[in-house]
Design a protein around this ligand. Structure first.
Ligand SMILES: Nc1ncnc2c1ncn2[C@@H]1O[C@H](COP(=O)(O)OP(=O)(O)OP(=O)(O)O)[C@@H](O)[C@H]1O
Length: 210
């Protein structure tokens, strides 16, 4: 999904936190957003996700304004994911369920993603009792399972052990390569952005600086 941003301004009260004249994010690529604390990365991601509608300017998705179809084809993984008070399996199955896919068809998809992310042992655990890192793994599984066209990731590996980061990164890359999914990832980790991203957007004080 191509994203075109024009004259985007975001204020919290009198405080301007975003000022982006023009920014294009190319479809089927992995784009990294990097920059210091408080420069507006999460705010930008939430606006692109359609979660924050209090802004000035225009955002187009494949040359269209946001609509129900676009919303159902994208998803965001938060740094501190919100998971339902159900099992890990039920959480990952959920996006398929709300898209009308029955249990029989969704089972192999859920099981495949749990296997690829090495979280099969968490299957029956209550998702709200997971550790921060476990929650991030499950949240990535819940996002990847329905093959979104646009995947927004906010520091998805911030609580993840170094040896497991490799698994997560390779699944993100695989999703991008095999399913032609567009990925935008906010990260503090410059090495990670070099490993993963085709394009990098640098932000400072609410502006895009490179
Ligand atoms: N709900 C809010 N009310 C007021 N100000 C806010 C709110 N949310 C964020 N801000 C401010 O907006 C600015 C941008 O915040 P944002 O979370 O987008 O930064 P960030 O680049 O994602 O930071 P970090 O790297 O620390 O996660 C910051 O100055 C922050 O204090």
């Amino acid at each position: 999904m191509d994203i075109q941003i024009k004259n985007l301004k975001k204020y919290y009260g009198e405080n301007q936190v975003l000022d982006i004249e023009s920014l294009a994010i190319k479809k089927q690529r992995i784009t990294g957003i990097i920059g210091p604390n408080g420069c507006g990365k999460t705010t930008l991601l939430n606006i692109i996700a359609g979660l924050d509608k209090e802004y000035l300017g225009n955002i187009n998705y494949n040359n269209k304004k946001i609509n129900k179809e676009i919303v159902s084809n994208m998803t965001i993984v938060f740094q501190k994911p919100y998971l339902f008070r159900r099992s890990v399996y039920d959480n990952i199955e959920y996006p398929l369920k709300i898209r009308g896919i029955d249990r029989q068809k969704s089972k192999p998809l859920v099981e495949d993603i749990m296997k690829r992310l090495e979280i099969e042992d968490l299957r029956d655990k209550k998702a709200h009792r997971l550790s921060g890192g476990e929650s991030q793994k499950v949240a990535l599984g819940r996002a990847l399972v329905f093959n979104p066209k646009l995947l927004l990731l906010d520091e998805p590996t911030s609580n993840i052990d170094p040896e497991y980061i490799v698994t997560m990164e390779s699944e993100i890359k695989k999703f991008n390569r095999e399913n032609k999914g567009t990925v935008i990832i906010v990260t503090h980790n410059i090495e990670q952005s070099k490993r993963l991203c085709d394009n990098i957007i640098g932000m400072e004080n609410g502006r895009v600086v490179y």
